[in-house]
Design a protein around this ligand. Structure first.
Ligand code: ZN
Length: 159
């Protein structure tokens, strides 16, 4: 296991479409382990493979209870409601914005065991699913944020 380098906005790798995973190799499992370590170290809510320079459809999301949901080839298959809440990104440090997201989403993905599963999330978890899955298509939350917080607002938030 290892802590990986998180690439920052401006790196072209964050703007590319990721390829699906067709076989869950030991390399994919090691990447998942390393992404988990990296996410814990960075104290984030989620991490997508392109953020560590790998253009594959892989992401992990922390479920709010200290557990990690590993998503291989994830797809949002249902969405309902609406929320406008605060969002940030480990690849866009120091920037926070209000995003327009569904209140609840259902994701279909494959686990490291090769089994397909569905998982639903509301609120923060729904935002995390949307945010990480957007990364797999080269999208960042700042692209369609309703509003980006001013430096003064960020200062207030982090103090
Ligand atoms: Zn992000």
């Amino acid at each position: 296991m290892a802590i990986l380098n998180i690439v920052k906005e401006g790196d072209p790798v964050l703007r590319k479409e990721c390829r699906p995973v067709d076989r869950i190799t030991p390399r994919v499992k090691r990447l998942l382990d390393d992404m988990r370590d990296t996410l814990v170290e960075a104290n984030g809510a989620g991490l997508a493979a392109p953020q560590v320079g790998v253009l594959r459809r892989i992401a992990i999301v922390e479920n709010g209870e200290g557990e990690f949901i590993e998503l291989i080839n994830p797809e949002i298959i249902a969405a309902e409601g609406k929320q406008e809440e605060l969002e940030g990104c480990l690849s866009v440090p120091g920037i926070w914005g209000i995003t327009d997201r569904p209140m609840k989403v259902t994701v279909r993905a494959t686990g490291r065991d090769g089994e397909e599963f569905t998982v639903s999330g509301e609120g923060l978890l729904a935002r995390a699913f949307c945010h990480e899955i957007d990364h797999l298509s080269g999208k960042l939350f700042t692209d369609n944020a309703v509003r980006i917080l001013s430096p003064e607002e960020v200062k207030e938030l982090t103090e």
